[in-house]
Design a protein around this ligand. Sequence first.
Ligand code: FMN
Length: 148
Amino acid sequence: MQEVQIGDLPLYNQDDDASQASSVKWLKAEIAASQGLLFVTPEYNRSIPGVLKNAIDNGSRPYGQSAWAGKPAGVIGISIGAIGTAVAQQHLRTILAYLDVPTLGQPEAFIQAKDGLFEADGSIGATSRKFLQGWMDRYVAWIKQHAA
Ligand SMILES: Cc1cc2nc3c(=O)[nH]c(=O)nc-3n(C[C@H](O)[C@H](O)[C@H](O)COP(=O)(O)O)c2cc1C
């Protein structure tokens, strides 16, 4: 797993398509070199954060040169809300479908951040470990299936 930095990307502007910033080129190169994608998102006002949408937009252009197309992806999220990013994830799936990113459909994982989810050392607590390990096993199988 390699975490892609999206905080230093410029706000997407189509006028820059012919001369994309080095941070955008770096993002696109990392996506191109990857076997698959894992989107881990909070939920902001019932959608994905603008920072994530900006990264997706930057990686999708210039037209015809999207870094995303064909990369298999998993979508997972966590928030303090009871619906655990369900709406944000659904919005994200709509965007990814347009960008030709096949996403793992099941199992879904809508995680609510609450006491006991994490142990003091940052590892996953006992009650959620089996579910999240099962999700990760399916995700890895999904990526391998597309690599084959
Ligand atoms: C601007 C903003 C909007 C948010 N909107 C939602 C929301 O619609 N649904 C939700 O469940 N949580 C919402 N949250 C909570 C976040 O999903 C998340 O739980 C919170 O930012 C803590 O994440 P962190 O520990 O990564 O900082 C919102 C947070 C912020 C800052």
